[in-house]
Ligand binder design. Structure first.
Ligand code: GTQ
Ligand code: FE2
Length: 322
């Protein structure tokens, strides 16, 4: 007799394994490691949908204790937590004149990219940064931060967070600050990452005179000048220009990305589907999706993106395939 015994004996054995807190994967047919399609889906979020809804949010909430941030999050239905990507959370945040978003700190890192309105600021560890259109400010993990609007119009910016990664690592945590906002320090600010639009755009223009990147045309990553590293350990932020008439080479990356269209219009072909986009829109590219960007208009298209390339690289999983 072989050791492969009767169904009854097998069932009893499985019962014993289960009772002992064990699982034998060979009980199910098929390979041990089953390739899994990405849960993150390719999609576009239209600014024409986002903006009017964001502007109505004050009817329903005021930022304060217990409702710390007036945000609307991009929802990717394939992702279990319904964030924009499985590693990246993207939100649009709105503050009316005179409002403040109270100070807190948390384990996720955040990156803010200013979209509309004058007078927004964020205070990080007592250092106050005025955020103008196109500026990028990094709020590192566990730094105290509060925001406010000292202008006369509502302000809108977009937040990118690594919170899905932190959640996966079972380390989501947040502390409220004692008091509403931090006192602003006097004297020279500590080293924080605040990239002005003018500087970033000038660098992008400078690069546009050089050789084109086959996959991204003209690409720039925001880096920490002190270390040369990405702005957040898991996430990188990029600014890119697709010049008129450009069609980039189709490729797959093991990383994922969420883009925001700063200016211009175009389309991204993702796994054979054309996703057209225009100013203010957001779009998501899942891991390993075949993608190429197209600018068939007459003006340059400027894209800001948050990508999990640094995380994939740190783990040794980053690959590009043309
Ligand atoms: O502005 O501090 O989009 O704590 C999500 C969580 C923004 C913020 C978000 C946050 C913030
Ligand atoms: Fe926060």
């Amino acid at each position: 007799m072989s050791t492969l015994t009767t169904a009854t004996a097998r069932d009893a054995f499985i019962g014993s394994l289960t009772a002992a807190g064990l699982d034998a994967p060979w009980m199910e047919p098929g390979p041990l490691i089953r390739p899994k399609a990405s849960a993150m889906q390719a999609r576009v979020w239209r600014w024409a949908d986002i903006e009017p809804l964001v502007r109505r949010t004050p009817e329903f909430m005021a930022p304060g204790r217990g409702a710390e941030r007036r945000i609307v999050r991009l929802d990717n239905p394939g992702v279990p937590e319904r964030t924009a990507g499985h590693t990246i959370s993207i939100a649009v945040q709105y503050l009316l004149p005179g409002e403040v978003a109270p100070a807190h700190r948390h384990t996720p890192n955040a990156v803010r990219f200013m979209l509309h309105g004058e007078g927004a600021y964020t205070t990080i560890e007592g250092d106050k940064f005025v955020m103008r259109r196109g500026d990028l400010v990094v709020t590192p993990s566990m730094t105290w931060h509060d925001h406010g609007n000292e202008g006369r119009e509502p302000v809108i910016w977009t937040d990118g967070l690594d919170s899905p990664v932190v959640r996966y690592l079972e380390n989501l945590a947040m502390d409220p600050y004692e008091g509403e906002i931090q006192p602003v320090r006097t004297g020279p600010p500590a080293r924080h990452l605040h990239y002005r639009w003018e500087t970033a755009y000038a660098e992008l223009m400078r690069r546009s005179a050089g050789a084109a990147d086959p996959f991204d045309d003209v690409l720039m990553e925001y880096l920490d000048p002190a270390t040369g590293r990405s702005v957040v350990p898991a996430l990188g932020c990029y600014l890119q220009m697709l010049r008129p008439g450009v069609r980039t080479r189709a490729h797959r990356e093991t990383s994922s990305a969420v883009y925001h269209v700063v200016a211009g219009a175009g389309a991204t072909l993702i796994d054979g589907v054309r996703h057209a986009w225009g100013e203010g829109d957001f779009f998501a590219i899942p891991p390993r999706a075949l993608h190429a960007h197209v600018n068939d208009g007459g003006a340059p298209a400027i894209l800001y993106s948050v990508q999990d390339v640094p995380l994939l690289k740190a783990l040794g999983f980053y690959r590009v395939e043309a």
